[in-house]
Design a protein around this ligand. Sequence first.
Ligand SMILES: [Zn+2]
Length: 162
Amino acid sequence: MAFPLLKEFGARAAVFLVAQGVDRDNFWRDAHAEPSVRMLTGSQIREMQQEGIAFGCHGMTHRNLLRCNDAELRYEVADSKRRLEDRLGRSVDTFAYPFGAGAFDPRIRGAVVQAGYRLAFAIRQGKAHPSQDPFALHRVLIRGDDTRLDFALNVHRGKARL
Ligand SMILES: [Zn+2]
């Protein structure tokens, strides 16, 4: 996990939590294709908060929001925000769409705006810029096996390696 390094170098970071994933694993995975991975625990989150790590919301159960009806969408976007805010003791202002690119549309964007978020992140390759829709900010994918050179190039180009 990257936290000890972030701490050592005083780097800023934001972590997006699946509200029901705290203290659990990636229960939303395809169990035939993906291994179980432990998610952060409540006490790890508290420790990271004290070190200045920011937390955003990545849905209640990591569903594809395009497949949710309006009530399910509110549960994934708004109820999850409140649940995390209760847990973190502070406001949660940012949202990252599960499944990123193509997994949001105007209805989903509207639900995120209505829930009271200030920013939301898609997975569209590129650097975030003030001219972009604040509810569809771009990101650059960083992989776990990227070298330091890959990382530097990704950030510089605004584009992940192939
Ligand atoms: Zn995800």
